[in-house]
Design a protein around this ligand. Structure first.
Ligand code: DMJ
Length: 614
């Protein structure tokens, strides 16, 4: 079916047409950019957030437009209805860096070598040994200085070579995986294995784009540590009848005897990027082989009718225990890694699986009008359905799904990404955070906490790179301001327990430093090597950067699944979906769209109404 190329062609055509429509709508009365997105001016006498205060914390005298004056910066921004003042952008970049530094320094001071920082009481946190059933903690915290490891490449991306070098040495000298910790294979893979590999790639990069990130006498220690961890995770792939891994392993003893046979699809099927990189760096196919076998096993269990997968499966029987199909928890990174595996390793079967999955998503999960930016009807929304019937299962969407516009950017579906992102941004504007679940029918949160997740800012960053529309800088500023206002506490940034009351939990998850702060920083850092042409980076699902590199495309071993590969390659049409990185998508939105709202104001208002904002 040639629908993808058709859609891409139509997309390009539509972009041209919309440029004109946007111009007309933006020039209409009362619809100016800044009027729809007024800056939240601080109350009289309020010096504004710390990053915009003059030295000494005092607001500067009115009339002086010095470098760090809140009012002056806003004046600049308000005068310009579409653009974003470079000075404000630089201030926000520094603010994002400051946010990271505050969280990181406090972790190092109060928590290291423990896994996480409790930012309210300025203490460290490790696994909950007293309560092994506390999976919320124990799945993630392995007693291996998780936050330090997860933060490594953010230090590099921010150009902090001295701290990066210090942190790498600390990891090498102090971290061991020989621990009696039962962790989730997925979490250990994306947060720890992925970060070790990313840092190793940065250290050994001959170009050193972030400054000098080399380590004296470096002898591939991080790669060896990554291998050691992955070997400890391998028992999860043994004694499973389907090849789908057990969800948890004990790092010392392997799969616990009382282990659960049920796993979520994302947890079992999003290991290929990290395991594939590890295999290719080591020249040992084992890791990639087991991860790929898991993906294929899950893929073979999809519904014959809808092509959809469920969210929980029994690894021995292959029966779907959770029949819900959606884009959020339980499935999110499964889709993401089909595409990203293709981008990284170039195997067409991964792209074909992604294409098929994307088609089913569009057919069964997507509701609302056909085009994001034209026509009548509700805005597009991706709902949760029964994988076999395609029937709606509930009326909530979760905050994890906010990553999906970013993925759509990678495949060139920028228009659709704009709409879904706008929906999540409207929810953010209403609560100053994203509730874990939002019920679009009741216009209210179903699950109220916000653990500093990165997904919305990740999509914001990727959409900005694709469109260069300053609207997304405004979104980023909004997010940054809310984080400062509602989540900053004495020793870091805290999970919101209740997005309406803004009560807090004493926890700062490691992805706050590895993803949320990194994407915010990159959004405002115009010159960062990550998005400069000539460099090609891809983000893992935990936000770790890996270079899209020829050495990952060449495997040193014979293809492990030759028959399927051949069959799938035959089916691929030359003009079908091209996977693209964000920079190659930058030309997709024409110049005339760049300084206008990415979404027509009537549609923007419609979304605001649907979320109860107006
Ligand atoms: C991160 O650990 C990863 O992004 C993962 O894929 C799911 N989401 C969390 C952060 O929300």
């Amino acid at each position: 079916m040639q629908w993808r190329s058709l859609v891409l062609g139509l997309l390009l055509l539509r972009l041209g047409l919309h440029g004109l429509l946007w111009l007309v709508s933006a020039l209409g009365p009362g619809l100016g950019f800044h009027q729809r997105f007024p800056f939240a001016l601080p109350p009289r006498g309020d010096p504004g957030p710390p990053w915009l205060r003059a030295a000494g914390g005092e607001p500067r005298a009115a009339g002086r437009c010095g470098r760090a004056h809140w009012g002056c910066l806003l004046q600049g921004a308000k005068r310009y209805s579409g653009a974003f003042p470079p000075q404000l952008r630089a201030q926000l970049r520094d603010a994002a860096r400051g946010m990271f530094v505050f969280g990181y320094d406090n972790y190092m001071r109060h928590a290291f070598p423990q896994d996480e920082l409790n930012p309210v009481h300025c203490r460290g946190r490790g696994p909950d040994r007293a309560d092994p059933s506390n999976l919320n903690i124990n799945d993630v915290l392995g007693n291996y200085s998780l936050t330090l490891i997860d933060a490594l490449d953010t230090l590099a991306v921010m150009g902090n070579s001295s701290e990066f070098q210090k942190a790498v040495k600390l990891v090498i000298d102090t971290v061991s995986f020989d621990k009696d910790s039962t962790v989730q294979v997925f979490e250990a893979t994306i947060r720890v294995l992925g970060s070790l590999l990313s840092a190793h790639i940065i250290i050994t990069d001959t170009k050193q784009p972030f400054g000098d990130m080399t380590i004296k006498d470096y002898d591939d220690e991080l790669l060896h540590m990554a291998r050691d961890l992955a070997v400890r995770l391998l028992p999860a792939f043994e004694n499973t009848k389907t090849g789908i891994p057990y969800p948890r392993v004990n790092l010392k003893t392997g799969v616990p005897p009382d282990s659960n046979n049920e796993t979520c699809t994302a947890g079992a099927g999003s290991l290929l990027v990290e395991f594939g990189i590890l295999s290719r760096l080591l020249g040992d196919s084992t890791f990639e082989w087991v991860a790929r076998r898991a993906v294929k096993a899950l893929w073979s269990l999809r519904s014959n009718d809808t092509g959809l997968l469920g969210n929980v499966v029994n690894i021995q029987t292959g029966h779907w225990v959770g029949k819900q199909s959606g884009l959020g928890a339980g499935l999110d990174s499964f889709y993401e890694y089909l595409l990203k595996s293709y981008i990284l390793f170039g195997k067409k079967e991964d792209l074909e699986m992604f294409n098929d999955a994307y088609r089913s998503i569009q057919n069964y999960l997507r509701r609302g009008r056909e085009a994001c930016n034209e026509g009548e009807g509700d805005p597009p929304l991706y709902v949760n359905v029964n994988m076999f019937s395609g029937q709606l299962m509930n009326t909530w969407i979760d905050s994890l799904q906010a990553f999906f516009p970013g993925l759509q950017v990678l495949i060139g579906d920028v228009e659709d990404a704009i709409c879904l992102h706008a929906f999540y941004y409207a929810i953010w504007k209403r609560y100053g955070a994203l509730p874990e679940r939002y019920n679009w029918q009741l216009q209210a949160p179903d699950v109220l906490f916000y653990p500093l997740r990165p997904e919305l800012v990740e999509s914001t960053y990727l959409l900005y790179q694709a469109t260069k529309n300053p609207f997304y800088l405004h979104v980023g500023m909004d997010i940054l301001q809310s984080l400062e206002k509602y989540t900053k506490v004495k020793c870091g940034y805290a999970t919101l327990h209740h997005v309406i009351e803004k009560s807090k939990e004493d926890r700062m998850e490691s992805f706050f430093l590895s993803e949320t702060c990194k994407y915010l920083y990159l959004l405002f850092d115009e010159e960062n090597p990550v998005h400069k042409s000539g460099n090609k980076y891809m983000f893992t699902t935990e936000g770790h950067i890996v270079s899209v590199d020829k050495r990952f495309r060449d495997s040193l071993w014979q293809d492990t699944f030759p028959e399927e590969e051949e069959r799938n390659t035959e089916k691929l049409k030359p003009n079908e979906l091209k996977a693209m990185n964000s920079s190659s998508n930058c030309n997709r939105v024409p110049d005339e769209r760049r300084y206008l709202l990415p979404l027509k104001s009537i549609y923007m208002r419609q979304i605001d109404q649907m979320v109860g904002l107006i």
